[in-house]
Design a protein around this ligand. Structure first.
Ligand code: NAD
Length: 372
């Protein structure tokens, strides 16, 4: 069968679903790979690099399997061949119209963001690989805007205190941010409603600010909405910290819901001029009052609030490489014979969870998955 890699058409998208290196691995699974001319340009991969890896340049949309980063546009859905399989970030919970449009075609669609959080599926987990990049990049964006060093220094020109960074939400993105801010030399503190992350925060050199209330444990690896009691106590911590820290990076998300609001307008107003906030939940409505998705805004008291929604794409080669590797791992799972023939097994919980449309029938939402 053929695997097609189209150029991404979403404005500002820099990533591509396969790199020359991952193309080699897809070919080793028995597939023929067709890459659209220029598909890798924005990530720094030339057409020549793809052909040297064994791909052919041509119309990627007519392939048996189409590998995408973003959801396809309406006219792109029309270009899919009958019986084709589409792989991409479809976000079915937020895009019911997309799911219906796909189900109107005799195609199968697999969503890379619907991977269940079980250890066996970790190698396909695009949300984790992209969150890791985004957490790192959030710190770089903050450091770029912040007018001082992150590390403390004693120099002939005077003593410089270290910057203080608060990371709200210590999941994959938060832990990457804690690591990056710590390696730049900042003092790092973190919060999260899941007490089990305290040890991970400490192992990265951060201080865990515990909110001491009972929280129900998660059954599927994803966070649940927090209790009112939790939110009240956490709010106190955020208002104390806002007055003390130089940088706040927020990463709090609850799957399928708008992002929880953590930092209020009063908290932002209490920050010193020159402070920086990176709201990594901007695309889901934001954790911070005053965030504008996709932009950096400066408040009246001189605090920059960064709401960029393309943080992984700001490291395009790295993001494409990790996304492409997640796709290779999916294709390995779907190609048990290593013979270039895709076999979808809907009895497998991982494949079932990702299958949004199967042969023109809507199969989303899937039955719930329990953690293994
Ligand atoms: P996420 O992006 O859904 O959420 C980010 C973080 O926000 C989470 O740590 C969550 O606890 C936190 N959060 C939610 N509400 C909050 C609030 N009110 N205040 C502060 N923080 C809040 O989560 P994620 O980073 O993708 O993953 C979370 C965890 O899931 C990881 O740390 C990891 O332990 C686990 N995980 C497991 C697998 C797997 O087994 N395959 C894959 C990925 C992640």
């Amino acid at each position: 069968q053929t695997l097609g890699v189209p150029a991404e058409s979403a404005p500002g998208e820099t990533r591509v679903a396969a790199t020359p290196e991952t193309v080699r691995r897809l070919i080793a699974l028995g597939y023929e790979v067709v890459v659209e001319t220029g598909a890798g340009t924005a990530s720094g991969f030339t057409d020549d690099a793809y052909t040297a890896a064994g791909a052919r340049l041509g119309d990627a949309w007519t392939s048996d399997v189409v590998l995408k980063v973003n959801a396809p546009a309406g006219h792109e859905i029309e270009r899919l061949a009958d019986g084709a399989t589409l792989v991409g970030l479809l976000a079915p919970a937020f895009n019911p119209d997309l799911v219906d449009a796909l189900a109107a075609r005799p195609v199968t669609a697999l969503s890379m963001d619907a991977v269940p959080r079980i250890s066996r599926a970790q190698s396909l987990d695009v949300l984790s690989s992209m969150a890791n990049i985004a957490g790192y990049r959030a710190v770089i964006e903050a450091a770029h805007v912040f007018g001082r060093f992150f590390a403390g220094q004693v120099t002939a020109a005077g003593k410089v205190p270290p910057a203080k960074v608060l990371v709200a939400g210590a999941g994959v993105a938060g832990l990457a941010a804690i690591g990056a801010a710590g390696s730049l030399g900042a003092i790092v503190r973190a919060t999260d409603p899941r007490p089990e992350v305290a040890e991970q925060v400490r192992s990265l050199g951060g201080e865990f600010l515990a909110v001491e209330v009972a929280q129900e444990a998660s059954t599927d690896g994803y966070a649940r909405a927090t209790s009112e009691d939790y939110d009240r106590r956490a709010a106190q911590i955020y208002s104390e910290q806002a007055a003390d820290v130089d940088v706040i990076i927020t990463t709090a998300l609850i799957p399928g819901r708008p992002a929880p609001r953590l930092i209020t307008a009063e908290d932002v107003a209490a920050m010193r001029p020159g402070s920086v906030i990176v709201d990594m939940a901007a695309a889901q409505g934001g954790n911070v009052a005053g965030t504008v998705a996709g932009k950096a805004v400066v408040t009246g008291n001189g605090v920059t609030i960064i709401g960029y929604t393309d943080l992984p794409g700001r490291l395009p080669a790295q993001a494409s490489q990790l996304y492409g590797t997640n796709v290779v791992n999916l294709m390995k799972l779907l190609t048990p014979g290593k013979d270039g023939q895709l076999v979808l097994d809907l009895d497998d919980v991982v494949q079932r969870a990702m299958t949004v449309v199967h042969d023109g029938a809507k199969t989303w939402p899937p039955p719930p998955v329990q953690v293994s």
